[in-house]
Write a protein that binds this ligand. Sequence first.
Ligand SMILES: Nc1nc2c(c(=O)[nH]1)N[C@H]1C(S)=C(S)[C@@H](COP(=O)(O)O)O[C@H]1N2
Ligand SMILES: [Mo]
Length: 511
Amino acid sequence: MPSDSLTRIRLRGRLQAAAAGVLAVLAGLAAGHLVAALTGPDSSPALAVGSRVIDLTPTPVKEWAVASLGTWDKPLLIGGVVAITLGLGALVGLLAVRRRLIIWVGPLVLTVIAAVAATLGPAAGPFAVVPALVTGAVGTLVLWWFVGRATVRPDEPGAPYALPRRAFLTGSAVVGASSAVALVAGQYLTTVRQRPATVVLPRPAETLAPLPAGLDVEGIAPWVTPNQDFYRVDTSLIVPSVDVADWRLSVDGMVDRPFIITWDELLALPMIERDVTLNCVSNEVGGPYIGGARWLGVRVRDVLARAGVQAGADQVLSRSVDGFTLSTPVQALTDGRDALIAIGMNGRPLPAEHGFPARLITPGLYGYVGATKWLTQLTLTTYEAKQAYWTERGWAERGPVKPSSRIDTPRSFARLQPGRVMIAGEAWAQNIGVMRVQVRIDGGPWQNTDLGPDAGIQYWRQWRYAWAATSGQHNLECRVIDDSGANQSEVRATPFPDGSSGLQSVVVTVD
Ligand SMILES: Nc1nc2c(c(=O)[nH]1)N[C@H]1C(S)=C(S)[C@@H](COP(=O)(O)O)O[C@H]1N2
Ligand SMILES: [Mo]
């Protein structure tokens, strides 16, 4: 055989091997994803590995990801995990040409990683490893078909060998197409299983009057945030899907009468409505991770009273069905602020993304210490005995919301016409109340703004100010003055560890 064609066969063999490795990973992940749709979506290998990466990521990196990538952080993470695995697949394929053992060892190593990741999942059941095993088996099979057979040449051991082009292309097409089908089917099944069952909300024992319309200013955020626009922050790569028939709420720990209630028992308790603004501690001054909604739910105080909180308990460690934990001061859950086990949001059952079927809402505390989604357990304990997910990662143990304010319009770097310009936004001082909101232009005197309607001290307040804009570049700032008379802090602080502070400043150019 002429040596240049030997070289060509060798090269083709290598390319085929690398491609086979990629196909093996693709087919394996797709098969695992399909099986995971049945055994539990978070055991899908790429998602399980991604979730463990989230758990292990140092806090500053996580904070950076939330701040700079927003809700893209999760798709990018999953994409990254898949891309790296595909790369490893190509490597395994190449190595397998030289050492046949790699056909078995390569997929085995990846399978073990995926299986461990799935088992460590907080909600992992006995079948959590099944998708990883299926992934490994399918991957090995594909690799063996392309490379295992190709490296065997009984007539001339050791000679370079590649599959005939037609066999390779047919094989790739079959594997590629079946992977696509498995992936789409898996994704479809997962979404179908995640759709919250239609539940009918009970009538509240106490109804609130409908809120008046908010301020009508172009560019201001709606006063009541529509559910589909409400910000979402959580550690779940897959939105937990909960069947209310299986759902239970356990109240236990340092209580006299621990109990477990079902969904129907929860619905039978007296429900109230409250207008509450929810803030994420990761929100920068002026940032988007805040929203206001009317929540329907049961007072946590009533539920805790039924269990009988023992003296000495100062923390409620709440747990989500996905294993996430969050700690809230007993005091904030039992004082007059009416913390809720909420089941309704703006007149609808909670959307899956926002905690269906039940979540905590603690007015005046950042979400990470008061707003457990997919709630399933309240354990009375002490701060000394137990730490929650974010406190273990260095965030402040208690997280009262810092009074703050935001300019929605005009936007930074807007170009405006001289004359009357409406400056408008929101302000909040939860648990205290908003007394005044002021703006200042170019560091001048603080001027009072007009406030929008009032929905109580736990809800944000809109404001607006008619500014006579003159040509040039201008710096607009706002601040809230709370009902205790305190001004919004001008001290700049990053979100970590207990929430951002400082003044938002918007620079605009007037022609
Ligand atoms: N189960 C669970 N609940 C959670 C979280 C989470 O990661 N998992 N994140 C908390 C944080 S940090 C915030 S700010 C709020 C956000 O609630 P939302 O997504 O409905 O806006 O949920 C809280 N509840
Ligand atoms: Mo948050």
